[in-house]
Design a protein around this ligand. Structure first.
Ligand code: ADP
Ligand code: ZN
Ligand code: ZN
Length: 724
């Protein structure tokens, strides 16, 4: 008998769709359905309780899955997220699926490539390959055990070594279908370290958790957070349960991964960007079947189903990449806490510089606050220096005292790290005669000068053009770069320190696949005494020989219109400081500024991030800003500014006028025009989350009827992180 089912489809509409189906699929199973003149892959939500008979219902074309894609707790998480973010469930579900599942691929393994030694290869002693170290290592590894192409261990070996061994006939690639469930048990491969008292306290507290509890593990870089993760994980793995760990986009270094592998002889899957869609699905299946013991991934990994989840870890929980900035704008850290609650497992949020939201939850005792206040092992805390550069001549943004300090460290054989959050040669091109500045035609922004590629580039819309020879206004040929970017800094440093090679790490120097990892490895191995980089360099990387770290230009953050700028500056300073002076070498961290007396800087330098954050939190409380109030941000854009303003004004009038609700705007975005489109925002602020949710539930259904909204592109961001 035919039943009518309700489905969630990947369309940006906040409603479900009914279809006829021969028999009722499992709730959470995928179905293929006709939609307009397309076919979509959706998910069955169960039998339709009040079918809509006002239109001709179509029939499901195919039921793809026999069972639900996700276990109950993840279902509840998805439903909760759709509700909390006021986002269509169909699109939430879409975001939670690996690409191949979105396309309707079966949720089962396919043959995948496995590398193994041939009979001949088994006879070869790797030691005979002394001259080819890469091949030697790979052959030795494969003699121990065959490896699947998606295995993270394969990443340690160069493709050319693999090819060479295959050409010699010692290694072969075979088609292999993984077993449905691969069992494992914990084998500790390396001895754990002897914990210091604070670490021991943290591990004990986490181990004592019988059910869900969220922990903030706060500790400066090098204080031994990773060691705490490892020992807390050991308990979970020993019980046969899995650990899910989220890391920032480029946060997990090969060194850290190696530590995991050295400690635990269990299957680890990593959902990283180098995987093919097939490998990603297979890793997902491993997690769902329980074959993977440890699952590591970036933000979307929070939706990975796990057969027997025992713990969630969010490393660098303050990191901006955990928040998705378009479409379904979720925060993976907040979803991690919610998932921990649904699955009744502990959640560890780790950071040297916790976000103010998390810190506030810890101060309120909603989260348990575990602190590691000292660097583990021998390392001493870095010395902080505020360098007043008022009236000092600057060379490519560097003051003479800083250059002097650099020379001292370099001559002592140590490494220096300079941090400048602006890539390119110069952030603007200026006519020396008339003051004309080369401006992007489509954005409210100046072109950045890129000398390497001899181009002017707009960093906001991607527009490019050759560097002009003449001023567009007066025809003068005296065009000069204004301000300093990493490219210029690199050039000057090469002139100043000809004996010390410089390595630049930014988006331009790491475009080629794999080049970032290579650069980071080279930096780690001290092949370059001088490191220059943008914020890419400030994320969780350990460079043991760096003893001097400097932030060159942060004054913008002190007087920014964005209320989160101070928080980010504090985090960046502390993260960069954490790069200096590991092991037994004392480090120095320098902040160049025109405002050495600024309260924020003084607090940060003298009292550290924790104190700084608490004072800044008090200020947020006084000014009723998050986390002491709740934000929802409507963004709209179109080619016509009036249309954008009218659309947001129409939305604004739907909100009731109440004392406890602030409706602010329409106001222009920080960049009012980007890629030719005008951009405005409407900010809704309430005291309570429940009030925000209630208002939006009342307002959103009315938006479909607003004609003003049809002329613009608009979106809603719950807990927005930036206003650019
Ligand atoms: P974090 O993750 O906070 O940056 P790590 O766990 O990586 O810190 O520890 C930093 C360094 O200190 C590592 O080299 C680690 O091996 C070492 N370390 C950590 N805990 C201890 C300990 N209890 N005793 C000795 N060395 C430790
Ligand atoms: Zn001019
Ligand atoms: Zn532009």
């Amino acid at each position: 008998m035919t039943t009518i089912i309700q489905t969630a489809l990947p369309v940006p509409l906040p409603r479900q769709f009914d279809y006829d189906c021969e028999q009722l699929p499992a709730v959470g199973a995928r179905v293929r359905v006709p939609f307009g003149n397309r076919e979509l892959v959706g998910v069955c939500l169960g039998e339709a309780s009040a079918p809509d008979d006002s239109f001709q219902r179509k029939a499901v074309l195919e039921v793809i899955d026999d069972e639900p894609l996700w276990p109950r707790p993840i279902w509840r998480l998805l439903e909760w997220a759709a509700d909390y973010y006021h986002h269509p469930l169909g699109d939430v579900i879409q975001n939670a699926m690996p690409v191949l599942l979105r396309q309707g691929e079966r949720a089962s393994y396919q043959a995948t490539t496995r590398y193994q030694v041939t009979e001949q290869g088994a006879q070869i002693s790797p030691n005979d390959l002394k001259r080819a170290v890469q091949q030697q290592r790979l052959l030795a590894a494969l003699q121990q055990q065959p490896l699947l192409s998606r295995d993270i261990r394969m990443q340690e070996f160069s493709p050319s070594a693999l090819k060479a061994l295959q050409d010699k006939g010692w290694v072969e690639a075979v088609e292999h279908i993984p077993a449905a469930v691969q069992s494992w048990s914990l084998k500790i491969a390396a001895e754990p370290l002897q914990l210091n008292p604070e670490q021991a306290l943290a591990v004990a507290a986490i181990g004592a958790a019988k059910q869900h509890q969220t922990y903030l593990l706060e500790g400066v870089t090098g204080s031994g957070k990773t060691e705490v993760y490892l020992q807390a994980m050991a308990d979970v793995l020993r019980r046969g349960q899995q650990v899910l760990m989220l890391v920032p986009e480029i946060g997990l270094t090969p060194q850290t991964l190696k530590r995991f592998q050295q400690r635990f002889d269990v299957p680890i899957v990593m959902l990283h960007s180098a995987l093919t869609d097939r490998e990603r699905l297979d890793a997902w299946l491993d997690a769902r079947a329980g074959s993977a013991a440890i699952i590591i991934g970036t933000r979307s990994a929070i939706f990975t189903p796990c057969k027997a989840l025992g713990m969630i870890i969010v490393d660098e929980e303050h990191d901006a990449s955990l928040k998705q900035q378009d479409g379904f704008r979720y925060h993976a850290r907040d979803l991690a806490v919610m998932r921990g609650h649904e699955e009744q497992v502990p959640v560890i949020l780790g950071s040297a510089t916790p976000s103010f939201e998390t810190l506030n939850n810890a101060l309120n005792k909603r989260y348990a606050h575990l602190q590691l206040s000292r660097r583990a092992g021998q390392a001493k805390p870095a010395r902080h220096v505020v360098m007043d550069i008022k009236n000092l001549p600057l060379k490519a943004g560097l003051s003479q005292p800083l250059l002097g300090l650099m020379r001292e460290h370099l001559d002592a054989g140590q490494q220096v790290l300079l941090f400048l959050n602006r890539r390119g040669f110069a952030p603007a091109l200026l006519c020396h005669e008339c003051g004309w500045l080369a401006q992007c035609r489509r954005c409210d922004a100046y072109y950045t000068v890129h000398q390497g590629s001899k181009q002017l580039q707009c960093h906001h819309c991607g527009a490019q053009q050759p560097i002009p020879r003449q001023c567009h206004d007066c025809g003068s040929t005296q065009l000069i770069g204004r301000g300093v970017g990493t490219e210029q800094l690199e050039q000057l440093l090469q002139e100043q320190f000809p004996d010390y090679p410089v390595l630049r790490i930014d988006r331009d120097s790491t475009r080629k696949k794999g080049s970032l990892q290579q650069h980071l490895q080279d930096a780690h191995d001290n092949k370059y005494p001088i490191l220059v980089g943008t914020q890419m360099l400030a994320k969780g990387h350990h460079f043991p020989d760096v003893t001097l770290a400097a932030l060159l230009d942060v004054d913008g953050a002190l007087y920014s219109a964005d209320f989160r700028a101070a928080e980010r500056l504090g985090q960046m300073f502390t993260q960069v400081a954490g790069r200096a002076g590991r092991a037994s070498k004392p480090g120095t961290v320098v902040l160049q500024t025109h405002h050495p007396e600024h309260e924020l800087i003084q607090d940060l330098i003298n009292n550290g991030y924790g104190h700084f954050a608490q004072s800044a939190l008090r200020e947020r409380q006084l000014t009723h800003l998050p986390p002491f109030s709740q934000h929802a941000l409507f963004r709209a854009e179109a080619n016509n500014a009036d249309a954008v303003i009218a659309a947001l004004e129409a939305i604004a009038t739907l909100f009731p006028q109440r004392d406890d609700v602030i409706v602010l705007g329409p106001i222009p975005a920080v960049m009012e025009r980007r890629a030719g489109r005008y951009r405005y925002q409407l900010l809704i602020q309430t005291q309570q989350r429940a009030m925000r949710a209630q208002l939006l539930r009342y307002v959103l259904p009315q938006l479909e009827k607003l004609p003003q909204l049809r002329k613009v592109r608009w979106s809603l961001d719950i807990d927005p992180q930036d206003f650019s």
